[in-house]
Design a protein around this ligand. Structure first.
Ligand code: DX5
Ligand code: ZN
Length: 215
């Protein structure tokens, strides 16, 4: 049984309220909110203002994935917008541990996101200080990409690092998660499945969420 975190990046923004309502009525556990600045990643999505509106629709956990440069400037705005968790990229933060502590001192959970080409061992030092690793299974920037198969070994490696040290850190897999590959991703140690297109382009999003959850 995995936690499911639908990514609103794939939602219809003209009907954002309805999309949030659907998620609220579904078995979804988290709302995954992808913040892109056109610099850390080539794409631009949305900022704290949209997070604030989404927050008003839900009591569910708002998981904010920051794909931005100089991310530390935005901890406060996202706290004020109502984020429960901020995940920051290991590639974007030269002072990762300091930033993680800042996020927690603001009363939010802290996550570290890691892109497909960054070694998992790079997480060793920060792991005891975070709540979640957002492991990218695609190159960050766009929804609707294909799951990178090499991610499976990276999940196994991270699972071992967490378990051998008795840590309570969730492994969240982000990108290209489908109803077909979800079970195998959970089988190697994932706790949370992010799903954008798989949920929002489904003819029956609530059933898809349920199916992902039971993976
Ligand atoms: C990619 C984002 C993902 C993305 C997932 O940079 O971090 O959260 O929205 O979308 P799908 O599930 O469609 O790959
Ligand atoms: Zn994401």
């Amino acid at each position: 049984m995995a936690l499911v975190a639908p990514s609103l990046l794939a939602a219809n923004f003209l009907k954002l309220e309805e999309e949030c309502k659907m998620l609220n009525e579904s078995e979804a556990d988290w709302f995954h909110l992808d913040i892109m600045d056109g610099r850390f990643v080539p794409n631009i999505s949305f900022g704290p203002m949209v997070v604030k509106f989404v927050r008003k629709t839900t009591k569910k956990y708002c998981d904010v994935h920051l794909m931005i440069v100089e991310t530390w400037h935005y901890f406060n705005p996202f706290k004020e917008a109502g984020a429960d968790n901020l995940s920051i990229h290991i590639e974007a933060c030269p002072e990762l541990l300091k930033n993680v502590r800042e996020i927690r001192s603001l009363g939010m959970d802290a996550g570290v996101a890691i892109s497909p080409d960054s070694p998992v061992a790079g997480l060793t030092e920060v792991l005891p200080h975070i709540n979640v690793v957002c492991m990218m299974s695609v190159y960050p920037g766009f929804g609707g990409q294909e799951f990178i198969p090499g991610t499976m070994d990276r999940i196994r490696q991270l699972r071992r690092m967490i378990d051998e040290n008795g840590l309570n850190v969730k492994i969240e897999i982000d990108g290209g998660v489908t109803e077909e590959n979800a079970a195998s991703i959970v089988a190697v140690g994932a706790d949370v499945l992010v799903a954008g297109n798989t949920v929002f382009k489904s003819p029956n999003p609530k059933a898809t969420i349920m199916h992902l959850k039971n993976s």
